[in-house]
Design a protein around this ligand. Structure first.
Ligand code: GDP
Ligand code: MG
Length: 163
C-alpha cells in the first residue's frame, strides 16, 4: 500500500500548484472551479526520492453540500480521512487568515500527522507570515514556493519523518 498524502487549506493558498508540481502533470485545477468531473482522485507523486500518492481534493468539490463553505469542509474532511499524512498549507504572503484557523481546527480534530507548509515565500516580506503560522499549533512551518520549487528538500525531509 502506497503512503497517501492530502494537501489541504483554504482556497488560493497554492494547493493545486504544489499538487501539479509533485504529480508532474497539469491535472489539478489551478482556479478551483467547482463542478468539474474527475475520473481519478489519487495520483502517483514524487518529491526528490520520495514516492507517495496525492489525493486530489478538487475531486471532492461536487460533494452534495449547498454552500461553498460546506463543500470546502466536506472535501477537506474526506481528503483527511483518506490520507496517512496531511500537508496543511497557508499563504505566507497573506499570513494566517480566519479561514486558516478554521481549517487548522478541522485538521487538528482529525488527529492525523500534519506537515505545516507556508507557501509563496518567493515573495519578499513573507517572513512575518511564516512566523504567524507557528500560532496555528500544528508545529514548525516548512517555508516553500510551490510555484518556483523552493524549499522542496525541506518539505521532503518533513514528509519523510512520517512516511
Ligand atoms: P489553491 O486554490 O489552493 O489550489 O491555489 P492555486 O494553486 O490555484 O494558486 C492560487 C494562486 O496562487 C495562483 O494564482 C497561483 O499562481 C498562486 N501561487 C501558487 N503558489 C505560489 C507560489 O509559490 N508563489 C507565488 N508567488 N504564487 C503562487
Ligand atoms: Mg486548487
Amino acid at each position: 500500500m502506497t503512503f497517501k498524502v492530502a494537501i489541504v487549506g483554504r482556497p488560493n493558498v497554492g494547493k493545486s500548484t504544489l499538487f501539479n508540481r509533485l504529480v508532474g502533470r497539469r491535472i489539478a485545477l489551478v482556479d478551483d472551479t467547482p463542478g468539474v468531473t474527475r475520473d481519478r482522485r489519487v495520483h502517483p507523486a514524487r518529491l526528490l526520492d520520495l514516492r507517495f500518492d496525492l489525493i486530489d481534493t478538487a475531486g471532492f468539490e461536487e460533494a452534495p453540500e449547498p454552500t461553498l463553505a460546506g463543500r470546502m469542509r466536506a472535501q477537506t474532511e474526506t481528503a483527511i480521512d483518506e490520507a496517512d499524512l496531511v500537508l496543511f498549507m497557508i499563504d505566507a504572503r497573506a499570513g494566517v487568515m480566519p479561514d486558516d484557523s478554521t481549517f487548522a481546527e478541522v485538521v487538528r480534530r482529525k488527529g492525523k500527522p500534519v506537515v505545516l507548509v507556508a507557501n509563496k515565500t518567493d515573495v519578499r516580506g513573507t517572513e512575518a507570515g511564516v512566523l504567524e503560522a507557528f500560532g496555528l499549533g500544528l508545529g514548525e512551518p516548512v517555508a516553500i514556493s510551490a510555484e518556483h520549487g523552493q524549499g522542496m528538500a525541506e518539505l521532503r525531509d518533513a514528509i519523510a519523518e512520517h512516511a
